[in-house]
Design a protein around this ligand. Structure first.
Ligand code: PLP
Length: 393
C-alpha cells in the first residue's frame, strides 16, 4: 500500500467501509491522473461539480488573478468585493425577474438551511413540505427535509413540523396548506436516481403553492448550471420558484453555494433579527472569481451541446442488463436488477479507467454525470467500456 493510501486510512475520518481510494495526482478536462500514470475518464465530475471540466484554463486564470489581489478579507455582506459583485450580477442577469438577489454561502446544505430560514421568516409559518426520496444535504435542517429514513433515524430528533409527500403524486399536493411556509423540491430527484417530474406535475405544485401563499424552493444544487441541458432545470418546466438554491458547479471547482430570491424577500434576513443568516466564508472572493469564470464558459456554447451528448450516451448504452435509463441532459441513471451488478460496474470501471458512481438513495442504479465538456469520442469510449463490463456480468 502506498504511503498516501496509508495516511488516508490512518488520518482521515471515513464515510463508508469501502471508499473508492483512487489516488489523484492531477486533473485536467475530463481526465483524472493517478501517481502511477493511470488515467481515468471522469464520468461523475466530482458529483456534478466540474461542469466545465477540471481546471478549465479560464477558471485557473481567474483564480490566479484573484489570489494576487486578496483572499478572505471579511465575513459575508460587509465589504464590497468585485468578484462577488460581478458573479451576483451575472447570475441575476441569467435569471427571471423575481430571482434578483443572491446570498452566497459555502455549500448546498447551507444554501438549503438558509432557504428554509428565509421562508419561515418571510411567511411567519413553520411547516415545511418536502418529498420522500429527496436529498438536500447532511446538516440537521437539510437532513430533516431529506426523504430517506434510513439515513436519518440515527440522528433524531431532527427539525419538527416537516411533512413529507410523494413526488409525482398530484393527490398529495392538497397537504400543502395555509400553514406551510415552504415546499422544497429537487426539480429532478438526483440521488433517488434521476427521477423526472411527470408532465405538468411541477406546474401543479407551483399552482398549489400560489393558492396557499406557500414559498416554493427549488433545490438546484445538482440540476443547476447546465447539467440538465438548460442553465437551470426550472427552465424545462415553465415555472419559476420563489427561492433557488445552488452549489456544486457554482464555484467552478471551488466550494460555493447560493440561495437566490427577490430583493424584497431577502431583505427579511437583515432585520428582526438583523444578521438573520451569517457566514464567515460565504461568497469567498476566490471562489466567486472561479465560479464566475466557469459560469461564463458554460454560457459560451457548452450548454447547447448537453442534450445531444446525453442522447448519445442513451443511444450507445443499449444492453439487456440495463433495465432502464433515466436521463435529462447529462444527468443519467442506469437501472439494474441488483445492487451487486452496480457494485461490479463501478469497481470494474475504475480498473478499466472510467469513473462512475452510486446514488445515495437508489442502490440498483449508478450515475453518469460527466463534465459537460466531454467530447463525442470520449462518450463512445466510455460507453464501450461500460458495455464490455456488462457483457461479463
Ligand atoms: N441538494 C442536492 C440536490 C444535492 O444533490 C446535494 C449534494 O449532493 C446537496 C443538496 C448537498 O450539497 P452539499 O454536499 O454541497 O452540502
Amino acid at each position: 500500500m502506498s504511503k498516501e493510501k496509508e495516511t488516508f486510512l490512518n488520518y482521515l475520518a471515513p464515510t463508508s467501509p469501502n471508499p473508492l481510494m483512487i489516488e489523484i495526482e492531477k486533473a485536467e478536462g475530463v481526465y483524472l491522473y493517478g501517481p502511477d500514470g493511470k488515467k481515468y475518464l471522469d464520468l461523475i465530475s466530482g458529483i456534478s461539480v466540474a461542469n466545465t471540466g477540471h481546471r478549465h484554463p479560464k477558471v485557473v486564470e481567474a483564480i490566479r488573478r484573484q489570489t494576487d489581489r486578496y483572499l478572505h478579507v471579511m465575513a459575508y455582506g460587509e465589504y464590497i468585493q468585485s468578484p462577488v459583485n460581478q458573479y451576483a450580477r451575472n447570475l441575476v442577469q441569467h435569471l427571471p425577474e423575481n430571482l434578483n438577489n443572491v446570498y452566497f454561502v459555502n455549500s448546498g446544505t447551507e444554501a438549503n438551511e438558509a432557504a428554509l430560514k428565509l421562508a419561515k421568516r418571510h411567511t411567519g409559518r413553520t411547516e415545511i413540505v418536502a418529498f420522500y426520496k429527496s436529498y438536500h444535504g447532511n446538516t440537521h435542517g437539510s437532513l430533516s427535509i431529506t426523504g430517506n429514513e434510513e439515513k436519518k433515524k440515527a440522528f433524531r430528533p431532527l427539525l419538527p413540523d416537516i411533512r413529507f409527500i410523494n413526488f409525482n403524486e398530484p393527490n398529495d399536493l392538497i397537504q400543502i396548506s395555509g400553514k406551510t411556509a415552504a415546499v422544497i423540491v429537487e426539480p429532478v430527484l438526483g440521488d433517488a436516481g434521476v427521477i423526472l417530474p411527470s408532465d405538468d406535475y411541477l406546474k401543479k405544485l407551483r399552482n398549489r403553492c400560489n393558492e396557499t401563499a406557500t414559498m416554493l424552493i427549488f433545490d438546484e444544487v445538482q440540476t443547476g448550471l447546465g447539467r440538465t441541458g438548460k442553465l437551470f432545470a426550472f427552465e424545462h418546466f415553465g415555472i419559476v420558484p420563489d427561492i433557488l438554491t445552488l452549489a456544486k458547479a457554482l464555484g467552478g471547482g471551488l466550494p460555493l453555494g447560493a440561495f437566490i430570491s427577490s430583493r424584497e424577500i431577502m431583505h427579511d434576513l437583515s432585520h428582526h433579527p438583523m444578521l438573520g443568516h451569517i457566514t464567515t466564508f460565504g461568497g469567498n472572493p476566490v471562489c466567486c472569481a472561479a465560479g464566475n469564470a466557469s459560469f461564463e464558459v458554460l454560457n459560451a456554447g457548452i450548454i447547447e451541446s448537453v442534450e445531444e451528448k446525453g442522447a448519445l450516451f442513451q443511444r450507445s448504452l443499449q444492453h439487456d442488463k440495463i433495465k432502464e435509463i433515466r436521463r435529462i441532459g447529462l444527468m443519467i441513471a442506469l437501472e439494474f436488477d441488483t445492487e451487486e451488478e452496480v457494485q461490479t460496474i463501478v469497481f470494474d470501471g475504475i480498473e478499466r479507467g472510467i469513473i462512475t458512481y452510486f446514488f445515495l438513495s437508489n442502490n440498483t442504479s449508478f450515475r453518469l454525470a460527466p463534465p459537460l465538456t466531454i467530447e463525442k469520442n470520449e462518450i463512445e469510449n466510455a460507453c464501450s467500456v461500460i458495455l464490455e463490463i456488462l457483457n461479463q456480468l
